[in-house]
Design a protein around this ligand. Sequence first.
Ligand code: ADP
Length: 539
Amino acid sequence: MDYPLTLQHILERAGRLFAKKEIVTRTASGMHRYCYGDYYRRTHRLARALERLGVRPGDRVGTLAWNTSRHLEQYFGVPCYGAVLHTLNLRLPHDQLAYIINHAEDKVIFVDSSLASILEQIRGQIPTVQHFVIMHDDGSVAAALAPAADYEELLASVPEEPYPWPRLDENDAAGMCYTSGTTGNPKGVVYSHRSIFLHSYGLTMADTFALSERDVLLQIVPMFHANGWGKPFAAVMVGAKIVFPGPHPQPRDLARLIQEEHVTIMGAVPTIWIGLYNLLEQEKFDLSSVRMAATAGSAIPRQFVESFEKRYGLRVVQAWGMTETTPIGTVSVPKSYMDAWPEEQRFAVRARQGVTVAGVDIRAVDEQGQEIPWDGQTMGELQIRGPWICSGYYQDPRSEGSFSDGWFRTGDVVTIDAEGYIQIADRTKDLVKSGGEWISSVELESALMAHPKVLEAAVIAVHHPKWQERPLAAVAPKPEYRGKITKEEILEFLAARVAKWWLPDDVVFIDAVPKTSVGKFDKKALRERFKDYRLPSGS
Ligand code: ADP
């Protein structure tokens, strides 16, 4: 049958089959619990409320919200109604936030009351927004936002009857996200029902994340960051218990949630895992329920994968993806015969970004556009295609140049080994180009962060009169080693791990590496900070 793959099917099936399963949210006033049955009914009410607000099929509906069960109501209610869910990054600079609300022409925005002040400040710049719906999360009143409705009052004001979902085409837009805009304004990516549906299947496959009804998912990744990595959709598809960490979660909050809710699976950027690791070094928590901690967004230093597992029994699984790829493209799960490999080699595989999820294809090409061999050595730009890879940016001329005969150009430089595992060497713009050769800043950073006195480290290219560019290492020591670690010590440590010509020409010490709005190392900010830096003479 030509049956449309829409989110309506996922929601309806979950409402029927998993009504008793729990959805839990950490709130300012304690834990909020309800079950899929309540969730289902409220999501149907939400559709009626959208109708009452005058939302039309295809309209964009924004959310500016923490990870909560209410946000999950919008995750399904908005697209099942036929409108487009536009998740807004609450950490974006205000001018960029105004830009994306205008660019998407959001008609209604659902906002947590504790975040409403952000919108108040840009209210004058976002004329397309006709209604705000305030979700009270801490009792604060967002008086200045108008016209505004209260989320709970709105839901209570409509009849509790199943909403007759419109017939949707699987290629209709279900959601959109903007990239965080490290260069220029953010670019919009639109996801169809079909792409999210197939991506959800991708997350449930046994050799990726094997997400199942038996799982308890801790949704750490912000729901505005590339669909929360698609996990909320996939969790509802399989009926997993979901735990939302709510506003401002800190490592201790996460550790408590894992322990108390018996979390089995979770995903986050390396910064979060490093924060959790440092907490575990000081305090004891029972994390034995966890079967997988997925990491993506930036490279995780290999020693974390190893020491998390050896010291705390936590299996860290690396994946790679982008906002443009819904987001999961590859997952690093070793193949069965690799179990017999020496430990060193097994961890080396785990530290790579992995193999493609069935459905997507990859290749990598050199600067002349020739496909590179899968030899684990040659670097090339990663290109990807598949049913959940974007086909262009939303109303943006920058789409041109992002594709090459049906492949999306990721801007990531990789090697691919003979087993098909990719390793991210860098983003094209972060590579250090020294005398025509490429140095991977990511690999240098991983080597630096293996030093026991180093908390975090980032490497940027600085101008060199002879070699054009050379690496500069910016190192943040662990607090107890501040002022007690030397450049020589760092370079000596690195010398045993990387090629001599890769060694940074200088090491500068900083308190912390600046982070982007989704918690990655902000190389742009670092380059700006060191723009007047000159290498020591003689280097
Ligand atoms: P942003 O551009 O705002 O960081 P994305 O989250 O879409 O937004 O970033 C995607 C990029 O993140 C990829 O192109 C890649 O450079 C990087 N990335 C994602 N996963 C990994 C990973 N496991 N290791 C290294 N880099 C990664």
